[in-house]
Ligand binder design. Sequence first.
Ligand SMILES: Cc1cc2nc3c(=O)[nH]c(=O)nc-3n(C[C@H](O)[C@H](O)[C@H](O)COP(=O)(O)OP(=O)(O)OC[C@H]3O[C@@H](n4cnc5c(N)ncnc54)[C@H](O)[C@@H]3O)c2cc1C
Ligand code: FES
Length: 328
Amino acid sequence: MSTIKFREKKYHCQPQETVLECLLREGVEAPSSCRSGVCQTCMMRAVEGLPPTEAQQGIKDTLQAQGYFLACICKATDDMTVVLADEESQSFIPVEVVEKTRLADEIIRLRLRPEKALAYHAGQFVNLRRQDGLVRSYSLASLPQSGELLELHVRVLPEGKMSQWIEDNLVVGQQLELEGAHGNCFYTAGEKLNQPLLLIGTGTGLAPLWGILRDALAEGHSGPIHLFHGSYTVQGLYLVNDLKAIAAEHDNVTYYPCADVADEGDGVMVGRVHELALQAIPDLQGWRIFLCGHPAMVEGMKRSAFLAGASLSDIYADPFVYSSGDKN
Ligand SMILES: Cc1cc2nc3c(=O)[nH]c(=O)nc-3n(C[C@H](O)[C@H](O)[C@H](O)COP(=O)(O)OP(=O)(O)OC[C@H]3O[C@@H](n4cnc5c(N)ncnc54)[C@H](O)[C@@H]3O)c2cc1C
Ligand code: FES
């Protein structure tokens, strides 16, 4: 059994328990969001003792070397003295809410002005922090190079701690904080400007794709770009006119709005978005693929894309992992 020392107190991890689970069980307020090793909200640093390497997945090499790890996937094998990463690095920066508008029934667009410039690639995600410390991850829909305000698309979940609060309480002019950017789901031009791109997103999975699509075009991408956006109902689709306008302007862009449930007159493809994409493009050899949104779609399509000929190194994924149950 490993002992974790945090803020001068010692806690004993049960067998198979993660450091985060141990601290929460003991009533310690430790930050977390996805609880799956994706968002990095729970990042800590071992100032004494060594974290297992499995708990350092996705963390930059330089930070790994300094003992940073993800508490939500860390089953400690050593006794450790730990500190919260953000307490150490002060990595959160203040942002002002400049715009709050509705994109669809349950989807809100936030535009945020950061106190200092944020270095990011379109499609990466940030961790947004409320004054009481609640943190959630949101993908960036904006483009860094054009100096746009930071843009997030938030799906409002009934009783969702952050999203429902954004819907009901957050007002223009209010201050929040954010940290990042993280994730490797973004466009890089390199020498492959003519490579075909397949972009598939569900719900607010369109946020990173909206950034990635415009980024690729700004970089002069000349290969075909096919963007499939899926929602359960037609009402959940958004930026439809903007995407149609981009497709009309660029010969190489095709936009496919899709809904699980729709009528013939709705002008959308009916069915599961990733299945429709595979029917339209069954051979994915040589394609670069971006998958964003519901974790089940992302994981399922990753496998299908590989089986359809795509190279694993050409598949970029951003699953919006949600942890279930009560959490901070
Ligand atoms: C890398 C990453 C990027 C993300 N990007 C975005 C983004 O761009 N836009 C966005 O809206 N969200 C995004 N998310 C999800 C976001 O971080 C939050 O999890 C989400 O907003 C819910 O937080 P909440 O506090 O409102 O709900 P919570 O209080 O955390 O959850 C409330 C309850 O709803 C359940 N629940 C959560 N999601 C769903 C769902 N889809 N369907 C049914 N039940 C659900 C939970 O299990 C929980 O029981 C992203 C997540 C990750 C990890
Ligand atoms: S990585 Fe640990 S809570 Fe998301």
